[in-house]
Write a new protein. Structure first.
Length: 496
């Protein structure tokens, strides 16, 4: 008798083998193909929308169709010449781990049904906490990405500091808001360079705009400690409740690392929680070239990491580490009648108690398998490679055609064209046209960000297979696009 929703063992094997072939062929030929470009929604919908399938189809045809439709209609963020945003180079081992975690359908939310995976997650977290310089009291968990990692930590900070830490607000409940509701009106300190997902996400977890202070930055786009000190003094004087400083270890715009040691000193002085958004850059703690910049990382109260960025894992994988794991318990512990038996046994490890999800997949497996396969040495080499190539790019851009706006920092370099006699507006327009040109060309992707209100081109080099030659070819492309953009102007001689 046919069982609904089941394939035969033979078909399961064959489908799996074909899927592996598809992925391996794709990866083996990726660098020969374009990075990809923008898509037209109407066109794609016309192409892909076949209506709700009622009758069964052939699993092999369905898979071929899926591969074609996905592969041909994405920009490959794991392409060696994808140098925009934060790229997503991923290990094949990580992808296999995702398949295994799904295939075994691991429920990684509670001890009773997922003891082995819970311990493997704890071990993987332990590796990361060691690398980041956190003490053995630290704990954490895997979440969907950097956005969630930051929010999970900041909510823990608010709960911890609002829960009897004595920030006098006059009502004696220590929550700082005077209303006795226990969650407080704490203030969070960020900068203009803090990732947008944090500013947006703070609203999601209940912070009002007037609870967010935007601290000044220094000439290198780092949090200005003097400015932070002034903000805190002013807020304390006003009887408000400074709660959490959000530093960044590797800003998305320029790779800048806030002065973590100085911030840790200031936070200790004022009993403030120091959260470090290391979603992009904390991985560079493995690099001897860059490690010094991150020396204060281990002094934070919490750190957000993003294994799907510079830890080379497939999407999704974020990670939050908290110096004192009990802060996560305080913030997230869940007491539901249906979970009673999950508390049995010796020291059960229930991830629903330290994070916001009950049902959750086994994200830790991909990093566990990748660490065991490549060793920390492999990761270190791959990270070092990106930093070296960004420095190589900076050197190549050092001539008279480009102005370096921010030097290579944690594998990011920003720059703009030099055009003698051109106005700022003309240079800015040309900068944007060059980036748009890479989107149309497809050979490589280099986009813009803004620094001091002006567009800059930005390279972020984290792919272990990007070569010095790729960087040189990409710069040649940018120069060609700059020339073409200048030539396209009526009269030709107008630089923008
Ligand atoms: C510094 C930083 N923080 C947070 C995020 C958000 O992470 P995710 O996109 O994984 O949610 C990013 C993403 O690029 C980032 O660069």
């Amino acid at each position: 008798m046919d069982v609904p929703l089941r394939l035969s063992a033979t078909d399961m094997r064959e489908l799996g083998y074909q899927a592996v072939d598809q992925v391996v062929d794709h990866l083996a030929t990726l660098r020969e193909r374009p990075v990809g470009g923008p898509s037209d929604r109407k066109e794609i919908e016309a192409l892909l929308d076949g209506g709700l399938p009622i009758e069964p189809g052939d699993a092999f045809e369905v898979m071929s169709e899926a591969v074609r439709q996905v592969r041909d209609n994405i920009v490959h963020t794991d392409h060696p010449r994808f140098l925009a945003y934060i790229p997503g180079p991923s290990t094949y081992v990580g992808a296999v781990a995702d398949f295994l975690a799904s295939g075994l359908n691991v429920f990684a939310g509670q001890w009773l049904v997922g003891a082995g995976p819970a311990v493997m997650e704890r071990i993987t977290i332990d590796w990361l906490r060691t690398v980041c310089g956190f003490p053995a009291t630290a704990g954490g968990l895997f979440v969907s990405g950097g956005t969630m990692a930051n929010l999970v930590a900041i909510h823990a900070a608010r709960t911890r500091n609002g829960d009897g830490h004595g920030h006098g607000d006059g009502d004696g409940d220590g929550d700082g808001d005077g209303d006795g509701d226990g969650d407080g009106d704490g203030l969070v300190y960020v900068t203009s360079q803090t990732h947008g997902s944090i500013r947006q996400g703070l609203g999601f977890i209940g912070f009002r705009p007037d609870q967010i202070r935007v601290v000044g930055t220094d000439a290198h786009q780092r949090m200005d400690v003097a400015s932070l000190r002034k903000h805190i003094a002013r807020d304390e004087h006003a009887g408000l409740w400074p709660t959490c400083v959000v530093a960044t270890a590797g800003t998305t715009n320029t790779g800048a690392v806030d002065p973590l040691d100085e911030l840790a000193d200031l936070c200790a002085e004022h009993d403030l929680w120091l959260h470090v958004d290391g979603a992009y850059g904390a991985a560079a703690v493995l690099s001897e070239r860059a490690g010094g910049l991150l020396s204060g990382l281990g002094r934070a109260d919490s750190i957000a990491l993003d294994p799907h960025k510079w830890w080379f894992q497939p999407y999704e994988a974020g990670c939050v580490l908290v110096r004192d794991e009990s802060a996560l318990l305080d913030a997230y512990s869940m007491n539901a009648e249906i979970l009673r038996e999950t508390r049995h046994g010796s020291a059960p490890l229930n991830y629903y108690d330290i994070g916001p999800q009950l049902t959750r997949g086994f994200r830790a497996l991909k990093l566990w398998m990748s660490f065991k396969t490549f060793g920390l040495d492999g990761f270190q080499q791959a990270i070092e490679h990106g930093i070296e190539l960004a420095e190589h790019a900076e050197k190549q851009l050092g001539g008279d055609r480009w102005e370096i706006v921010s030097p290579a920092q944690l594998a990011i370099v920003t720059f703009r064209p030099r055009v003698p006699g051109a106005t700022k507006d003309q240079v800015d327009a040309l900068t944007r046209r060059i980036a748009a040109g890479t989107l149309e060309d497809g050979f490589a992707l280099i986009l813009t960000t803004e620094i001091h209100g002006r567009p800059v081109l930005r390279l972020c080099v984290t792919h272990p297979e990007t070569t010095a030659r790729d960087i040189e070819d990409v710069i040649a492309l940018l120069e060609r696009l700059a020339d073409e953009a200048s030539r396209l102007r009526p009269g030709g001689s107008d630089p923008a």
